[in-house]
Write a protein that binds this ligand. Sequence first.
Ligand SMILES: NC(=O)N[C@@H](CC(=O)O)C(=O)O
Ligand SMILES: [Zn+2]
Ligand SMILES: [Zn+2]
Length: 347
Amino acid sequence: MTQSVTLRRPDDWHLHLRDGAMLQAVASFSRHFGRAIIMPNLMPPVVTGAQAAAYRDRIRAALPAEVTLRPLMTLYLTETTDPADVLAAHAQGIISAVKLYPAGATTNSASGVRDFDKVRPVLEAMAQAGIPLCFHGEVTDPSVDIFDREAVFIDRVLEPIRRATPGLRVVMEHITTSDGVDYVSGNDDIGATITTHHLVINRNHILAGGIRPHYYCLPVAKRETHRLALRKAATSGDVRFFLGTDSAPHPDSAKESACGCAGCFTAPNTMSILAQVFEEEGAIDRLEGFTSLNGAAFYHMPPNEDRIRLIKHDTPADYPTHIAAGDETVTVFDPGFPLYWHLEDPA
Ligand SMILES: NC(=O)N[C@@H](CC(=O)O)C(=O)O
Ligand SMILES: [Zn+2]
Ligand SMILES: [Zn+2]
């Protein structure tokens, strides 16, 4: 008997599409999504409404005509961001959210925030206008162990900012710990994205039996208990948790290096992997909430009207192991198991 599941078209609430040749190479791998929150950590970053509008137009131009993916733009918050520009970009429908990177926390985050008091006026304006703030939730204090940086961020940064700015709606991006799950579950005005890869790998996958640069991302995958907590949260039906793939392509030459950069490229096979994960958890009926309903509700947008279908076959789906991007290659995330769920689009 063939198993199949029909979902409202999913959305990706955290996606890196990059720019230039990389954008051209990766954009259509996200074609099965209805909308995607586009991360602004380009070099240089997307900091003004005008830059966001120009980047949105480059993304649209990179997508084939038949692809319906709608890019939802974000601004990269800096200590000199002008609250009036944020409000205007939002009022004009150019941006859907603002992204806060603690300076130095992750790829292209050097222009991020060091002194959180400096961004208080912007955050207050955002709270008033109902503009969501997306956090890369890790402290950068070198004395904090890399595996503890998310938990420490909650206590030192997230909770104080939320207390000081009542009504600010925040998304804790790509949570990786049970601390993140517990914090989000116990609060209002907060949502969390969970990536595909953090539902699949723990830190052993990166480090045991040889170092695997294509499993290295930030926040770094944690121990198995945390992966299990993420799987439980994603499949729980709690509307605060939704999909943000954090698909983050890098050239293989930059990953397979003495100082390899962070990011997993999961756009091509994300939906097949998620169907497998949700099936394993006995929660295939909750996949739609996670991929297609909860995030839209958080962003106060209607769910997509059209549907996609996933069908379980006897033979694994055929995904590329690498794609070409200009003169470079990019490795596609390998979940380590065969993918029997095939995406059929449209239903
Ligand atoms: N997640 C990652 O490991 N990398 C992202 C940045 C980010 O989302 O933190 C990237 O831009 O490559
Ligand atoms: Zn991040
Ligand atoms: Zn990201």
